[in-house]
Design a protein around this ligand. Structure first.
Ligand SMILES: Nc1nc2c(ncn2[C@@H]2O[C@H](COP(=O)(O)OP(=O)(O)OP(=O)(O)O)[C@@H](O)[C@H]2O)c(=O)[nH]1
Length: 300
């Protein structure tokens, strides 16, 4: 039998010489270990094409270099090794290697009061590059929360005061009459608007003592830090006692988007291992058909 030599187009020279900043593949599915679970993540893997004459990169080698990530804990050293392998695999074609990981981290969350718990899923991204300037990693995460408008709350209080004045103008002010009034729908005749809101942040991770920490742990501590700063995390399993605690938490954490952005900004500046960040908070207003948004950055 004659053995055919397979044509290798990528090894040809191009008729249109020029360098390219990024060549590779987007949306590669792979099971990675996040915490104790195996989760399907999507990967974008690429390198620069610095040899202007070369027709193409060795794409299959990038794909194969991803295999150490399969079912392994996602860590910065693991990603850095893969980026090194990308560069080694391209035989002088490339000096810049990139790997982006996108997925959702599932976390079990306790109810506020009752012993119940349920699952929440947090979208995240990890964008890493290895270049002649060194290794860089940015961790992105989206965290949902509830926000109640402080202006709306003040206006509702004023309406309640006014109604109180009118309803009790001719009734004696006894404790039982006021209690009954407060418990009626006529008493609390105005409520502030609140909305499901979210923080999107991208953290630059500093190389150092936290390097070996699994990305799942980075994510969980960042999510907890943000949720603690805001005080109104979205809930999973909820009984009435939890709903009442949630209503109290909202009433005690009235927030414009500016308030929320400042709280998260302060919390992230104190996060160990973070050397800079960009953040955006979005309040998907129920008052408007558009969103209220605030952004902030530190060492951006
Ligand atoms: N460079 C490149 N390869 C592509 C593209 N689309 C698909 N491929 C396929 O990816 C494979 C190229 O990967 P290579 O690493 O060059 O494959 P190979 O030559 O068999 O492997 P090596 O001998 O290790 O270089 C081929 O099967 C290509 O057809 C593309 O747009 N660019």
């Amino acid at each position: 039998m004659t053995v055919l030599t397979l044509p290798d187009i990528a090894s040809q020279t191009t008729r249109l010489p020029s360098t390219l900043t990024w060549v590779g593949m987007e949306g590669i599915a792979l099971p990675a270990q996040l915490g104790t679970r195996s989760v399907i993540v999507k990967l974008d893997a690429g390198v620069s094409l610095d040899d202007s004459e070369a027709r193409g990169i060795h794409m299959s080698r990038l794909y194969l270099a991803l295999s150490p990530l399969e079912d392994a804990p996602l860590t910065l050293p693991a990603v850095k090794d893969i980026l090194s392998a990308f560069l080694t695999s391209q035989e002088g074609l490339s000096q810049h290697a990139y790997l982006n990981v996108e997925g959702e981290l599932p976390l079990k969350r306790q109810a506020l009061i009752s012993p119940l718990a349920g699952w929440k899923s947090y979208p995240f991204s990890l964008c890493c590059q290895l270049t002649p300037d060194g290794f860089q990693a940015e961790l992105g995460v989206t965290v949902g929360y509830s926000s109640t408008c402080p202006c709306s709350a003040a206006l509702a209080r004023q309406s309640i005061q006014q109604a109180f004045k009118e309803d009790f103008s001719e009734i004696p002010l006894t404790q039982s009459a006021v209690l009954a009034w407060l418990g009626s729908e006529e008493g609390i005749l105005a409520t502030p608007h609140s909305q499901r809101s979210f923080v999107e942040c991208s953290l630059r991770l500093a190389e150092g003592e936290n390097d070996e920490l699994p990305i799942a742990d980075w994510l969980e501590s960042t999510i907890d830090r943000i949720q603690t700063a805001l005080g109104t995390a979205l809930q999973t399993a909820v009984k009435r006692i939890d709903e009442q605690a949630f209503a109290l938490a909202n009433g005690q954490n009235l927030m414009f988007c500016e308030d929320a952005a400042r709280r998260v900004d302060k919390a992230l500046r104190q996060a160990p291992g973070v050397s800079g960040f960009q953040l955006k908070v979005v309040h998907a207003e129920s008052l408007h058909a558009h969103n209220a948004v605030a952004r902030s950055e530190w060492n951006g």
